[in-house]
Write a protein that binds this ligand. Structure first.
Ligand code: SF4
Length: 69
């Protein structure tokens, strides 16, 4: 996550030693509010999240995959 300033309790190390957003048992990001489906750290979310375009093909594929209308 490079220079991102993410609360450490929301991160974990992947198998290659890089720091990534932690996932909870349901598979979703640890920063996601399950009731609202909104990011709880929106203002300081990782840069990669800010670059992700809602409504683009990848986004729509993920929404279909996870049955989100
Ligand atoms: S925007 Fe990023 S940090 Fe926020 S809930 Fe989604 S994946 Fe997690």
């Amino acid at each position: 996550m490079g220079d991102d300033d993410i609360p450490p309790e929301l991160t974990e190390q992947d198998r290659w030693g890089g720091w990534v957003m932690a996932r909870r048992e349901d598979g979703w990001c640890a920063a996601l509010d399950r009731k609202t489906m909104l990011c709880t750290i929106y203002a300081q979310r990782p840069m990669i999240c800010g670059e992700y375009q809602a409504g683009d093909d990848d986004c729509l594929d993920q929404r279909r995959l996870h049955h989100i209308d």
